[in-house]
Ligand binder design. Structure first.
Ligand SMILES: *Cc1c(COP(=O)(O)O)cnc(C)c1O
Length: 391
């Protein structure tokens, strides 16, 4: 039977090439050769979800009222728990009904937001390197991504003054992400103040991704964008239970901030999905009530791993800064390598998988990302192998 050639929509071909296919092939080859591969490439916690959260889910799953379609904006009681947590953690007041929206993961909200705000041809400011969904969501909405380079000499903060006037005038939306994936950089409140001024002046909506605010080290506590005066007039912040509570598989997150932006995103969602399983939202309430304790426990684990990995990488001569938050380490590759060749060498000679920096955008070239999602003994093993591979 001859089937007619079938063409997918143009928007799919506009996505950047998927750089991880080759790495995945090499990883599978190594596994097939019998290599005990150490995977430090994926930002997915290896620590299990705390037991009280699982018990809360089990209880809520037995409740028939939770078996029906949820409201797309989320349960009132979950949104109240979010507002309580924002008050406790950041000193930010939120109206649960109009300024909080439940999401089926921050990825879902980020991917859908441009559909709510961006018309074809509008510019969206996105960081480079970055979590890939800012770009994908922009392209799906017909928007034009404009990359703001994040460079080491600028502490991986975008230089707003370098954005050309013509771009500022056409920009509708700006994505920022601190604590940052993949660089591990953090933003001071002062930077958020600058962003509010810039966004106010050019009428740009800001979407700050605060997914990693609860994984931080050395006593540092990352702020919320909404702590900056006027921030709630220009934008929203995303937060996720995924990384904070080791719940990546559960799909639960939220957006908070400017009410008409929250409402626009709710409208898109109500036409595309029917909200997050209510039992998962009930478990999320339990999680948020334990945020301080769980965050302190996780951060302590990651800090120990960070110290081990950073120490070992420096010993073999890599140039790397110790992150103050996130579970990522972002070293420069050694002389004579680029991101791709260093990643290939690590897989082939040491059985270690990490992520090439250029997979996050062209400014990521020359870096690799290690995720601290393996325990200290695996990290020590990885470092021993790395030292002999580079010797
Ligand atoms: C992991 C991650 C997300 C996605 O979180 P989910 O709530 O699991 O969808 C969003 N932003 C960044 C920067 C991430 O690293």
């Amino acid at each position: 039977m001859i089937t007619q050639e079938f063409a997918v929509a143009r928007r799919l071909s506009e996505l950047p090439p998927y750089l991880f296919v080759e790495i995945d092939r090499k990883r599978r080859e190594a596994v097939a050769r019998g290599v005990d591969v150490i995977s430090l490439s994926i930002g997915d916690p290896d620590i299990p979800t705390p037991a009280p959260i699982i018990r809360a889910l089990a209880r809520a799953a037995r409740e028939p009222a939770n078996h029906r379609y949820p409201e797309s904006e989320g349960l009132d009681r979950f949104r109240e728990a979010v507002a309580d947590w924002y008050r406790r953690r950041f000193g930010v007041e939120l109206s649960p009904r109009s300024e909080v929206l439940t999401l089926i993961g921050a990825k879902e909200g980020i991917g859908h937001l441009p559909l709510a705000l961006v018309d074809p041809g509008d510019v969206v400011l996105i960081p480079d390197p970055a979590y890939p969904v800012y770009r994908a969501g922009t392209i799906f909405a017909g928007g034009e991504p404009y990359e703001m380079p994040l460079r080491r000499e600028n502490k991986f903060l975008p230089d707003l003054n370098a954005i050309p006037n013509a771009i500022r005038e056409r920009a509708r939306l700006m994505f920022i992400n601190y604590p940052n994936n993949p660089t591990g950089a953090v933003a001071p409140l002062e930077f958020y103040r600058e962003v509010v001024d810039f966004a106010t002046r050019y009428n740009i909506v800001v979407a700050q991704d605060n997914t990693y605010s609860e994984i931080s080290f050395d006593g540092y506590r990352p702020p919320s964008f909404l702590e900056a005066p006027g921030a709630k007039d220009v934008g929203i912040e995303f937060h996720s239970l995924s990384k904070t509570f080791n719940m990546t598989g559960w799909r639960i997150a939220f957006a908070v901030g400017r009410a008409d932006v929250v409402e626009a995103l709710r409208k898109i969602k109500s036409n595309l999905d029917s909200g997050a399983f209510q039992a998962v939202q009930d478990a999320g309430i339990t999680a948020l009530s334990m945020a301080e304790e769980i965050s302190a426990r996780n951060s302590k684990i990651y800090q120990r791993r960070r110290d081990v990995l950073i120490g070992g990488l420096r010993k073999v001569g890599l140039s790397v800064e110790a992150p103050r938050a996130t579970f990522y380490v972002w070293p420069r590759v050694p002389a004579g390598f680029d991101s791709a060749s260093f990643v290939s060498t690590l897989i082939e000679r040491a059985g270690i998988v990490c992520t090439p920096g250029n997979g996050f955008g062209k400014e990521g070239e020359g870096y690799v990302r290690f995720a601290l999602t393996a325990d200290v003994s695996r990290l020590r093993e990885a470092l021993a192998r790395l030292a002999s591979a580079l010797a």
